[in-house]
Design a protein. Structure first.
Length: 156
């Protein structure tokens, strides 16, 4: 029986020499493997390309942004000026939705954006604080800027 102490240097030398061989020398000792030949199959037909989505109304994104801002302002006015009835921002949003028409997909997107703005701020603010009043001032300024931009780009 060979002792492990004699075998260890030999095994170590074999491992190190195998690592030192270039890759092509290692491959030369291996027998090439070939896959069994198969009859060339016809490529599967490609699926029909999907129709491109309809072009988005250029007004949708700015209107959705404005609606989200109005939703946030509606909530902040509700907690900072609860005696104000009806909420002026809700009234403005209703007028904006009425001008959009009943059967418009944009109307649903605007309503969703309004609700999202309302919901986002309702999770951040529970009561009227200085930060809520500052946010209300900033959002009112942003809403005015968005309305002017919409008027400038799409106004009649």
């Amino acid at each position: 029986m060979i002792r492990i102490t004699r075998l260890l240097p030999v095994m170590l030398a074999l491992v190190l020499s195998a690592e030192a061989l270039p890759a092509h020398a290692q491959q030369a000792n291996e027998r090439p493997r070939t896959a069994p030949r198969r009859k060339a199959a016809e490529p599967a037909p490609l699926p029909a390309p999907k129709a491109p989505p309809p072009p988005a109304n250029a007004q949708e994104k700015p209107l959705a942004d404005l609606s989200e801002t109005i939703g946030a302002l509606t909530f902040l006015t509700q907690i900072c000026s609860p005696a104000t009835s009806p909420n002026p921002w809700r009234v403005r949003m209703e007028a904006l939705l009425d001008s959009e028409g009943e059967n418009s997909g944009t109307r649903e997107k605007m309503t969703g954006a309004f609700n999202q703005g309302f919901s986002d701020y309702s999770t951040s603010y529970r009561q009227c604080t200085d930060a809520a009043r500052a946010a209300r001032r900033i959002l009112a300024r942003d809403a005015a800027r968005m309305a002017r931009d919409l008027e400038r780009r799409f106004g009649t």
